[in-house]
Design a protein. Structure first.
Lengths: 432, 131
């Protein structure tokens, strides 16, 4: 029991709350004061009848003494030790540390959480700066306008005389450029203000679609009941552009065909019977693996053995769909980690890949992943093969004999220094 | 015949300002807002120097620079690249593709004038033109 070592601290706290001397409590439970002192300082493990006797003497129950809020503290300490830089932490002494210095332990875990939050913010902002098309275009526009104003005003303020006709032209340019600069700056400020919560700032039709699907839990009861895709998409307030509506219509159309191939009730019955076994489900229904993976991600999560995430990419490796799952970050913009099983599957069409993966530099969450890529031939024999890869992620304990593969989000924010597939240096590793 | 520069830039005010300041130095300035018309103009009359913006509608300045360097007639022309994106990778890409100089916006008039005159001198200046 990992929290047992903290029991002594709780016994001591409870005794002091009651105003009892060590000698009095030790007398009541029939042990020496010095032994009780060792217990209270977590230097002796305690359980069974003695713990029960002490709990009775302290007018509490043994569970209260054996477990408590410290369990969460210990978990947080272990998570902090598992993050980069934690290699030198004496992990086997975490319980003692938390027991003897709960204030310091709380501070360590609070700071570890804060570092994690800040790293996520840095990752999001870096991702945005590097790839956000609106930001890139805005800054380009601002700099171009500033250059125009600087050059024009430099001419007018110069020592050489300027012909009156040119003067008039340059004054007009200055006026128009300064007005454009003001408008561009205002638009940029509005955009950045709205991006105070960058996670919720939409920048592309695909993100609008994903936000819409996320708000619906990625499940569509209307389609399950046979409604037409257009009836679901039409009028959706979150889909503000024609592009996002078109993407949504395509997505819901595929949802409908997946639902027709794997009706929800028998599919969920089979999940209950087989568990998270995509290959078994595909065999039972006589369908491909891709549709099973997508269909699992379309189910209400409370009807599955656990949460699932889904990532889809096209033949170029570009992510075309993302359903996030807690603990596994997905890049908002730009390319993902090349070590994802998704891309291994892309390189080996029709060969399913099952693997356990560990997100680099995060708390020790592990995932079981199923990935497969399948070609289609929408233009027939003479047309090009269109390849799509799908990866399902499911939080899972890792079997003892398995070493999970460590993967990142994307190179730029990945703390894994010695990665054989690294594309570019990491700002996280550099900062650390 | 006077010195001639081909300016490929899509920002009207920058075009006017550069045209004005270089005209004062005796340059004839041909301006084009995109690469397609610029390459056509280049085929008709070879300039002494090209000023090329990176961010253009249609084909980028990098694409145009690649075409230019691959052209057996105009491949050796001095090219001054302009960009509002000062990232190292843009600079490295421009130089790898054969840009003679790389200038980041916002720049001053003096910087443009100095860069153009320096490139012209490096290419041999008036002596090279007369030869």
């Amino acid at each position: 029991m990992p929290t047992r070592g903290l029991t002594g601290t709780r016994i001591r706290a409870r005794r002091l709350d009651l105003g009892l001397q060590q000698a009095e409590l030790s007398r009541r439970v029939g042990i020496s004061a010095s032994y009780l002192n060792l217990i209270e300082h977590n230097r002796r493990r305690i359980g069974g009848k003695l713990l029960s006797d002490i709990a009775n003497a302290l007018d509490t129950d043994s569970t209260q003494l054996a477990e408590g809020a410290e369990a969460a503290l210990l978990d947080a300490l272990r998570a902090a030790a598992a993050s980069p830089g934690g290699e030198t932490a004496e992990r086997e002494r975490a319980e003692r540390f938390a027991g003897q210095f709960p204030g310091w332990a709380g501070l360590v875990t609070a700071q570890a959480r804060r570092i994690d939050t800040l790293e996520r913010a840095v990752a999001t902002l870096n991702d945005r700066l590097a790839h956000d098309p609106f930001l890139s275009a805005s800054i380009h526009d601002l700099l171009s306008t500033v250059t125009a104003i600087r050059s024009t005003s430099g001419i007018l303020a110069g020592e050489e005389a300027v012909d009156p006709e040119w003067q008039t032209r340059f004054h007009r340019n200055l006026y128009e450029d300064s007005r454009r600069l003001a408008e561009s700056a205002q638009a940029l400020v509005s955009y950045l203000d709205a991006g105070g919560n960058a996670e919720k700032t939409l920048a592309a039709p695909q993100e609008e679609l994903e936000a819409w699907l996320s708000a619906r839990g990625h499940h569509m009861p209307e389609i399950e009941d046979g409604a037409a895709p257009a009836a679901v998409v039409d009028g959706a307030a979150e889909l503000s552009s024609a592009s996002s509506s078109a993407l949504a219509l395509a997505h819901v159309g595929r949802y409908a065909s997946d639902a027709a191939a794997l009706p929800m009730a028998p599919f969920l019955d089979s999940v209950d019977a087989l568990g998270m076994d995509p290959a078994g489900l595909a065999a039972r229904f006589g369908v491909g693996l891709s549709v099973v993976l997508r269909r699992l991600a379309q189910m209400p999560e409370d009807r599955l053995p656990g949460p699932v995430g889904l990532v889809v990419c096209d033949g170029s490796g570009t992510l075309t769909f993302r359903k996030p799952v807690a603990g596994f970050d997905l890049p908002r913009f730009g390319a993902a980690c090349p070590l994802w099983p998704l891309f291994q599957a892309l390189a080996r069409p029709m060969q399913p890949i099952r693997s356990w993966i560990a997100p680099a530099g995060r708390a020790p969450q592990r995932f079981l992943s199923f990935a497969v890529s399948e070609p289609s031939y929408p233009e027939g024999f003479d047309g090009p093969a269109v390849i799509e890869a799908v990866m399902l992620l499911h939080p899972s304990a890792v079997p003892a004999e398995v070493v999970p593969n460590t993967v990142g989000v994307s190179c730029r924010i990945c703390p894994r220094a010695e990665c054989p597939a690294r594309r570019e240096p990491s700002i996280v590793a550099a900062a650390g | 015949m006077g010195k001639r520069v081909l300016l490929i830039e899509d920002e009207p005010s920058i075009i006017e300002a550069i045209r004005f300041i270089l005209s004062r130095d005796g340059w004839a300035v041909d301006t084009h807002a995109d690469g397609a018309t610029a390459m056509t103009a280049l085929a008709r009359r070879t300039p002494d120097l090209v000023i090329l913006d990176v961010m253009l509608p249609g084909r980028s300045g990098f694409d145009i620079l690649s075409d230019l360097r691959a052209d057996p007639v105009h491949g050796a022309l001095p090219v001054l690249m302009l960009t509002a994106r000062g990232q190292t990778r843009d600079r490295e890409q421009a130089l790898a593709l054969g840009a003679s100089r790389f200038m980041t916006k916002p720049f001053s008039n003096a910087e443009v004038r100095d860069a153009v005159n320096a490139l012209f001198a490096e290419a041999g200046g008036d002596a090279a033109r007369q030869a």
